[in-house]
Design a protein around this ligand. Structure first.
Ligand code: 9WN
Length: 447
C-alpha cells in the first residue's frame, strides 16, 4: 500500500475548534436527523438508514459524541443480509412515505430484523471505521464490526464478480450512489420499465426539475422488479441482470475500504482479516489500473451492452480513492478537478463534466457539486501525497457550506443550494474537517 496511517498524537487536539455558526448549524443538522442508532440523510425526503450516508455521518458524530459515532457504524452492519451484503437502505417500519418502500424489494430482512433493499451502495464504511479509529479509537467497538465489514467486501468480490474481473459488478444505478449520472443513460434505456409503478413522492419534497426523470424512475423500478423476479440471487443478477456495470468509483472506494480494513484489522490483531483484506485491496487496485486508458483514466464498463462508457463524470475523479493507483491516473483524476478542469467548481467537484452534452448544473448527479464527492476526492488526493490539491478541495468544501449551507447539493457556479435541506453528510463532513484545523493549516495530513 502506498498510503499509510497519517495518525499522529495531535489528531484529537481540538474537536471543538472553529466553533462558529457553521459548526453549530452542522451539529444541529446531525442532532435533528438522529434516529438514535443511525442518522437519516434528510428528514422528509430520505427517512431510512442509507448506507454511505450513514458511514459518513459517523465522522460527524465523532466530533460530537464518539460513542454515538461507533453506534452509527454498528447499526449499519447490524442490518447486513445473510450473504454479507450491507444493503443500500435499512428501512424504518414507522416511516411510510419513501418510495420504493420495503414491500417493493420482496421479503429481504437484515440480521437485526429490519427490512432491507436488495442492492448495496459504495463501500466507504471501512474507510470511515479506520478514520474513526484514528481519531476516537475504541478497540472493543472496532473489533465488533470488522468481521461484518470483511464479509461485505467478500460478498462484493465473489457473488458480484462471477466473471473474476477483479471488480464488483453493480446491478442498479442506485447502487453507485450517483443515480442519474449520464454514464448510466444508455444502459438504462435498455433496462425494463416496471409493470407496476410506485407513486413518486420525492418530487413532493424537492423541485421535480432537479430530480431524475419519470422515465429513469420507471426503469429504476423495473430493475427492482427484475431483482425480485430473480429472488435477489446476487450471482445471477451479476451474470444476467439488465443493468450490469463496472463502476470505477465504486471499485476505487472498495479498494480503499479493503486497504483501510486491512490496516484496522492489523491494529486489532485480527491477522486473517488483515491479510485477506490486503490481498483484496491489491487485486481490486490492479484490476482498475489494468483498465486505465493512455491518459490514465478509468471508465465504466457496460457489461450488458458490451462497451466502455467514455463520459466524464466525478467517477473519473473518484478513482483517486484507490491506493496504489499509477501516478498517471492520479494526475489525470486530479487534473479534472484542478482549477479550469472540466469537473472543477469553486465549490468542489462537479458531478458531471461541464463538457458533457448532458451537463445540467441544477440536476442531481448531472452537474451539481456534492459535498461527499469533493471530500472523498480530497481524501484520495491527500493519501497520494497531493496535499496541495487536497487542501484546495477542502477549501472549496467550506465554500460550499458557506454558499449553500447544509444542502444536499449545489449549483457549481451560483452556489445555490439544491435538493434536501439539512443534509446529513454535508453537515458531518463539515464537522469532521472543522475538527482538524491545526494539522490542515500546517499542510499536514492528519485525518
Ligand atoms: C436512492 C440518500 C441517497 C444517497 C444517494 C442519492 C439519493 C436515493 C434517492 O439519496 O438516492 O438511493 O431516493 O434518490 O443519489 O447517493 O445515498 O441520501
Amino acid at each position: 500500500m502506498r498510503y499509510g496511517s497519517h495518525m499522529d498524537d495531535e489528531r484529537i487536539r481540538d474537536d471543538h475548534a472553529g466553533d462558529d455558526t457553521a459548526v453549530r448549524a452542522a451539529r444541529e443538522v446531525l442532532r435533528a436527523n438522529d434516529r438514535g442508532r443511525y442518522t437519516v440523510p434528510a428528514r422528509g425526503l430520505y427517512p431510512h438508514q442509507w448506507n454511505w450516508d450513514s458511514a459518513l455521518a459517523a465522522l460527524g458524530w465523532a466530533t460530537i459524541d464518539p460513542d454515538r459515532a461507533w453506534t452509527e457504524l454498528e447499526s449499519l452492519v447490524a442490518a447486513r443480509h445473510a450473504t454479507g451484503m450491507v444493503a443500500h437502505i435499512a428501512f424504518d417500519p414507522t416511516a411510510t412515505t419513501y418510495q420504493p418502500g420495503p414491500q417493493w424489494w420482496g421479503d429481504l430482512v437484515g440480521a437485526d430484523g429490519r427490512r432491507i433493499s436488495g442492492i448495496s451502495q459504495p463501500p466507504v464504511a471501512a474507510t470511515c471505521a479506520r478514520l474513526l479509529f484514528e481519531r476516537v479509537p475504541d478497540e472493543h467497538r472496532a473489533r465488533g464490526i470488522v468481521t461484518a465489514l470483511a464479509a461485505w467486501h467478500r460478498f462484493l468480490l465473489t457473488e458480484r464478480d462471477p466473471g473474476g474481473l477483479g471488480e464488483p459488478v453493480v446491478v442498479h444505478p442506485w447502487e453507485t450512489g450517483r443515480d442519474n449520472a449520464p454514464e448510466w443513460d444508455a444502459a438504462l434505456e435498455r433496462a425494463p420499465v416496471a409493470g407496476e409503478l410506485f407513486r413518486r413522492v420525492d418530487t413532493g419534497f424537492v423541485d421535480a426539475a432537479h430530480r431524475p426523470t419519470d422515465d429513469h424512475y420507471a426503469r429504476y423500478a423495473g430493475l427492482v422488479e427484475e431483482g425480485r423476479y430473480l429472488g435477489w440471487n446476487q450471482l445471477r443478477l451479476a451474470q444476467v441482470g439488465s443493468f450490469r456495470m463496472l463502476d470505477p468509483a465504486f471499485g476505487a472506494m472498495l479498494a480503499a475500504g479493503c486497504a483501510d480494513l486491512a490496516w484496522l484489522a492489523g491494529e486489532l490483531g485480527e491477522a486473517a482479516i488483515a491479510d485477506a483484506s490486503w490481498h483484496q485491496a491489491q487485486a481490486v487496485g490492479a484490476a482498475l489500473a489494468a483498465r486505465a486508458d493512455s491518459d490514465g483514466l478509468v471508465w465504466p464498463v457496460d457489461l450488458a451492452g458490451g462497451s466502455e462508457v467514455a463520459r466524464t463524470t466525478c467517477a473519473q475523479a473518484l478513482i483517486v480513492m484507490a491506493p496504489d493507483l499509477p501516478r498517471a491516473s492520479v494526475d489525470a483524476a486530479l487534473d479534472l478537478v484542478a482549477p479550469g478542469g472540466e469537473l472543477a467548481s469553486d465549490l468542489g467537484v462537479c458531478s458531471t463534466s461541464r463538457l458533457d452534452a448532458a451537463f445540467a448544473p441544477d440536476t442531481y448527479w448531472r452537474g451539481p457539486v456534492w459535498a461527499n464527492v469533493t471530500w472523498l476526492v480530497a481524501l484520495g488526493a491527500e493519501r497520494h501525497g497531493r496535499t496541495g490539491a487536497a487542501s484546495d478541495l477542502l477549501e472549496r468544501l467550506r465554500r460550499f457550506a458557506g454558499a449553500a449551507g447544509m444542502r444536499e447539493y449545489a449549483n457549481p457556479d451560483s452556489g445555490e443550494g439544491r435538493g434536501a435541506d439539512d443534509f446529513t453528510w454535508t453537515a458531518a463532513l463539515s464537522l469532521w474537517e472543522a475538527g482538524r484545523p491545526a494539522a490542515r493549516a500546517q499542510g499536514q495530513t492528519t485525518r
